[in-house]
Design a protein around this ligand. Structure first.
Ligand SMILES: *Cc1c(COP(=O)(O)O)cnc(C)c1O
Length: 360
C-alpha cells in the first residue's frame, strides 16, 4: 500500500459484503436480505415516464418532495429528516458529523459489520459490546457506553442477524442514559408485526440525542436505488443537511422513484404482510427439520445448524452448489448458524427441500 494512504486506512480491513453473483437468472438469492417481491407498480410507472432531458440539470439538493412524503409517513417535520444515498451513507454521516478521531464508538456485537469499518475510516476508537445467546441487548450496554463515554452508540432494531425485537421502553431507557448519540438502525422495521405498535418516531419527541435510520432497500424492494434517511432532532439533522453531506447526494431519478414507492403504502403493507406469513412458514418448516431459530421480526431467520449432521459452513457450501445463496458469518456466536432471507413461497420451498436433502 502507498505510504500516502492515511495510517488508519492502511491498517483497517474493508467491509466484506454478501456475495452478489453475476449470473442472476437461475439462482435463489437469500443472502443479503433483499425483498423478493418487485417494487410498487407506481415505481415501475414512474420509471417509464422518466425524461432523459432532466439528466442535464442538477437535482433538488434538499429532495423536498421526498422529504415531505417521509415526514408525512412518520408524522414529523421535514427539518427532522435528511435523505441519504442508501442507509449506509446515513451511517457514514453519523460519524463524520459527530465523532472526532479517537472518540469512542460502541455497538452491540455481532450486529451490522459495517459499523466498525466506518468507524475505522473516521479513525474513531471501536468498542464492541458482546451479545450473549438470547440476543437481548447486553445487560451491560448502558453501563459500558457510559464508562467509554461513547460519542456514538449503534443498536439495530429488529436486531440483525438474529431478528430479535426490542421494545420502545428498552430503547427509551438506553437513550435516556446515553452519554452521546444513540443511533437506532431500523433497516428492517417495516417487517415488524403491526400488533407490536412500534412507533419509534415517538422517541424523537423525548430525546434530542437519538437518530433513527431507515432504508428503501429492504421494505420497498429498492436496494439498487440507494435510498435511505435519518430522522432526529433538528439540532442533529441540520448540520448534516447543511454541512456534511454532498449537496446533491440524491439524484432526481432516486427522488422520483422514492416518492412513488413511499406513496404506495397499500402495496407495501401487502408485501410486508406476505413476508411475515412466509417468515412464519419458513421458520416452522426449519424447526420441523431440527433447525431451531430465534423468533424473527425481520425478513430473515437465523437458523441453528445441528452440527452432528452437518456443520453450518458445509451446509452453506452445499446449498451454494445448488445455486442457493444464504449467509454464513465467521463469528464465535454465529459460526454454527446460517442467516436465511425470507423469500417467496417458492424460494422458501426450494431452500427447505435442499436443506432436507443435504441433512437427512
Ligand atoms: C441493509 C442495512 C442497512 C442499510 O442498507 P442500504 O442499502 O445502504 O440502505 C443498514 N443497516 C442494516 C443493519 C442493514 O441490514
Amino acid at each position: 500500500m502507498s505510504k500516502l494512504v492515511r495510517k488508519n486506512i492502511a491498517s483497517m480491513e474493508g467491509y466484506s459484503w454478501g456475495e452478489q453473483p453475476k449470473n442472476n437468472t437461475n439462482l435463489i438469492k437469500l443472502n443479503t436480505n433483499e425483498n423478493p417481491y418487485p417494487p410498487s407498480p407506481l415505481v415501475i410507472q414512474a420509471l417509464q415516464t422518466l425524461n432523459a432531458e432532466e439528466l442535464r440539470t442538477y437535482p433538488d439538493p434538499l429532495a423536498d418532495e421526498l422529504r415531505a412524503e417521509v415526514a408525512k409517513l412518520n408524522q414529523i417535520t421535514d427539518k427532522n429528516i435528511v435523505i441519504t444515498n442508501g442507509g449506509d451513507e446515513g451511517l457514514r454521516l453519523s460519524l463524520t458529523t459527530f465523532v472526532d478521531p479517537g472518540e469512542n464508538v460502541c455497538f452491540a456485537d455481532p450486529s451490522y459489520s459495517l459499523y466498525p469499518v466506518l468507524a475505522a475510516i473516521q479513525d474513531a476508537s471501536i468498542k464492541p459490546i458482546a451479545y450473549s445467546e438470547g440476543w437481548e441487548i447486553p445487560e451491560a450496554f448502558s453501563k459500558e457506553i457510559n464508562s467509554h463515554n461513547a460519542k456514538m452508540s449503534y443498536l439495530v432494531n429488529p436486531h440483525a442477524p438474529s431478528g430479535n425485537f426490542y421494545s420502545l421502553d428498552t430503547l427509551d431507557k438506553i437513550a435516556q442514559s446515553a452519554p452521546g448519540i444513540l443511533l437506532i438502525d431500523e433497516a428492517y422495521a417495516d417487517f415488524i408485526d403491526p400488533s407490536l405498535n412500534y412507533r419509534s418516531a415517538d422517541l424523537l419527541k423525548k430525546h434530542d440525542n437519538v437518530l433513527i435510520l431507515r432504508t428503501f432497500s429492504k421494505g420497498y424492494s429498492l436496494a439498487d436505488l440507494r435510498l435511505g434517511y435519518l430522522m432526529g432532532s433538528e439540532a442533529l439533522i441540520s448540520p448534516i443537511t447543511s454541512k456534511t453531506r454532498d449537496s446533491y447526494n440524491i439524484g432526481s431519478i432516486q427522488q422520483k422513484l422514492g416518492v412513488a414507492a413511499i406513496s404506495d403504502q397499500e402495496y407495501s403493507r401487502k408485501i410486508w404482510n406476505q413476508i411475515r406469513e412466509n417468515r412464519t412458514y419458513l421458520r416452522n418448516r426449519l424447526t420441523a427439520l431440527g433447525l431451531n431459530s430465534h423468533p424473527s421480526q425481520s425478513n430473515f431467520i437465523l437458523a441453528e445448524i445441528d452440527s452432528q449432521k452437518v456443520d453450518a459452513h458445509s451446509l452453506y457450501l452445499s446449498l451454494k452448489e445448488e445455486q442457493i445463496f444464504v449467509r454464513y458469518f465467521q463469528n464465535e456466536l454465529l459460526k454454527n448458524k446460517l442467516r436465511i432471507t425470507v423469500g417467496t413461497e417458492e424460494q422458501n420451498e426450494s431452500v427447505i427441500k435442499a436443506i432436507e436433502r443435504i441433512t437427512q
